[in-house]
Ligand binder design. Structure first.
Ligand code: PRP
Ligand code: MN
Ligand code: MG
Length: 186
C-alpha cells in the first residue's frame, strides 16, 4: 500500500516467512508442552500479533494471560529499566509458563519477566520470541525458542513499533531513516 511503502525501506520477513515460523515453532511447542497445560504469557503490547498466530499452531490445552511491561517507551533505545505497567491476574505457582515476545533485544525485559514469574514459584519459565536480536544482548537470559535471529536494524510491523506506531503493518520491515526524522520533529 502507499502508506506502507512510504514507511518501510525493505521487507525483512514476509507474511509467509512469519507464518512458516509460527508453524515450525507451534509444532515444537506442541511436542514440548504435550500433557502440560501451559500458561502462555504475552508481553504487551509488541507480542500480541505473534501470540495470536503462534498459539493457534499449538495443539495443547493452554491458558493465556498478559503482562504489560515497558522499557522503551517512545525512545529508540532501551531505558535500561523495565516498568511493570499492568500485572496479570493468574497465579503462576506450579505452572509451566511460556512467555511470548516479539523481540528480545538487550534481554532486560525478558530477564525482568522470567525473574518475576520464577520468583512467584512457577514450575518452569521459558520464552518463545519471534525475533532474537542477539547482537544487542547485555544481560544473560535464555531465549528458549525463536523464529529468526535479526541484526541491529530498526524493525517495525507485526507488533513491533516505532513510537507506538506501525504495529499493524502485516510483515516485519526496516523503517526508513527519514520516517524517524519526521516523527522526531513532531
Ligand atoms: C520492546 C519489545 C520487547 C522489548 C525488547 O517492548 O516488544 O518487549 O522491548 O527489548 P529488550 O530486550 O531490550 O528489553 P517495549 O518496551 O517497546 O514495549 P511494547 O512491547 O509495548 O512496544
Ligand atoms: Mn514489548
Ligand atoms: Mg516498543
Amino acid at each position: 500500500s502507499d502508506n506502507i511503502n512510504r514507511i518501510i525501506d525493505h521487507k525483512l520477513f514476509s507474511e509467509d516467512d512469519i507464518h512458516n515460523m509460527c508453524v515450525r515453532l507451534g509444532k515444537q511447542l506442541t511436542q514440548d508442552y504435550a500433557g502440560k497445560k501451559p500458561l502462555v504469557v504475552g508481553a504487551l503490547k509488541g507480542a500480541i500479533f505473534f501470540l495470536t498466530d503462534l498459539t493457534r499452531q499449538m495443539d495443547v490445552d493452554e491458558e493465556m494471560d498478559f503482562l504489560d511491561v515497558s522499557s522503551y517507551g517512545n525512545s529508540m533505545k532501551s531505558s535500561g529499566t523495565v516498568k511493570l505497567i499492568s500485572d496479570m491476574a493468574t497465579d503462576v505457582k506450579g505452572r509451566d509458563v511460556l512467555i511470548v515476545e516479539d523481540v528480545v533485544d538487550t534481554g532486560l525485559t525478558l530477564k525482568f519477566m522470567k525473574d518475576l514469574i520464577g520468583g512467584r514459584g512457577a514450575k518452569s519459565v521459558k520464552c518463545c520470541a519471534l525475533l532474537n536480536k542477539e547482537v544487542n544482548r547485555t544481560v544473560d537470559v535464555d531465549v528458549d525458542y525463536y523464529g529468526s535471529k535479526v541484526g541491529n536494524e530498526f524493525v517495525v510491523g507485526y507488533g513491533l513499533d516505532f513510537m507506538n506506531y506501525f504495529r499493524n503493518i502485516p510483515y516485519v520491515g526496516v523503517l526508513k531513516p527519514e520516517i524517524i526524522k519526521e516523527f522526531n520533529n513532531k
